[in-house]
Design a protein. Structure first.
Length: 76
């Protein structure tokens, strides 16, 4: 009997983009308040969201390269 095949959880690829969206929404909420002492936190969250977005891009590219490499290995 063959060992069980491990599958990759695709949610790890898209989770950074979800975190970026949540950071962006929370940042916009803080930036639109009337209390100006919250604005600096909003700008910080916008930067954190941009970092999460770039991590999501790296995850997606590396996952795509892995799939291409696996497909090439299966063909040969």
């Amino acid at each position: 009997m063959a060992p069980p095949r491990l599958t990759f959880f695709v949610g790890w690829v898209y989770a950074p983009w979800l975190a970026a969206c949540l950071c962006g929404l929370l940042a916009l909420r803080l930036l639109y308040t009337d209390q100006f002492d919250h604005h600096s936190h909003g700008w910080g969250l916008l930067g954190s969201g941009a970092i999460c977005f770039s991590i999501g891009c790296v995850c997606k590219v590396s996952w795509g390269l892995f799939r291409l490499g696996r497909a090439a290995a299966l063909r040969s």
